[in-house]
Design a protein around this ligand. Structure first.
Ligand code: C5J
Length: 223
């Protein structure tokens, strides 16, 4: 595999350095994606997120086959809720909130079924899983230290949701000096207009905080 691998992207090609580039899969959790989960309970159309599963699975397989670094994140909280800001607990004023009993166990609580990653993309024991209490994967986690220890300087960021945890994480990563590439078909939003704008924001102004491509373009370069 050549290094760097030029990946056609917007606003201009991304120079992917395989040994320094990790696949970071954001919050592909059962409660966000599965019918009957917390996301659907709130009235969201989970099919908007589920279309990202297959492209993510294929990209993950290719990444693993190439022997490259993979990390996963999960949004959630301690069972005692000590890391849950009161403002986040009451946000939305919905009848059920984080920590309450939900359709797949306590909502967004570590160790509960709904908090775990969907089976299609389940982490291997060798792949770090970052449990994050916030939207960004760098806030209150050891992600930055792990990436630095692995010599990672670039991230391919996938997962859900495009405008919330993916966007927040890409912004945080950019501020810490990482170069981020986002494959549009591997990120999803419950809201089509946020999907479109979330991707536009990343690549605007000469790639203000990242690059956008699609998974097939990355796969073609890797093969
Ligand atoms: C994520 C959320 N993962 N939308 N969470 O984006 O609350």
């Amino acid at each position: 595999m050549s290094d760097p691998l030029p990946i056609p992207a917007e606003p201009y090609p991304f120079e992917l350095s395989p040994k320094k580039c990790a696949l970071l899969i954001i919050d592909m959790q059962r409660d966000f994606l599965e019918p009957g989960g917390f996301g659907e309970m709130l009235g969201n159309d989970v099919s908007q997120l589920r279309r990202t599963i297959e492209p993510n699975r294929i990209l993950l397989d290719a990444w693993r086959a190439a022997g490259l670094t993979v990390l996963h994140t999960r949004e959630g909280h301690r069972p005692d809720l000590a890391d849950l800001p009161p403002a986040k607990k009451i946000r939305g004023k919905s009848a059920k909130t984080i920590g309450d009993p939900g359709p797949m166990g306590r909502i967004l609580i570590r160790g509960e079924a709904g908090h775990d990653i969907i089976p299609e993309l389940y982490p291997l024991p060798s792949e770090p899983v970052i449990d994050k209490p916030g939207k960004g994967a760098f806030f209150a986690t050891d992600l930055h230290a792990i990436l630095q220890n692995l010599g990672i300087t670039q991230l391919v960021v996938t997962g859900v949701t495009t405008e919330v945890c993916v966007n927040t994480t890409v912004r945080e990563a950019n501020d810490r000096g990482y170069e981020c590439l986002v494959p549009s078909d591997c990120v999803g939003s419950y809201f089509p207009e946020f999907q479109e704008m979330g991707l536009k924001m990343i690549k605007a102004q000469g790639g203000i905080f990242g690059w956008v491509t699609d998974s097939q373009t990355i796969l073609s370069a890797l093969s």
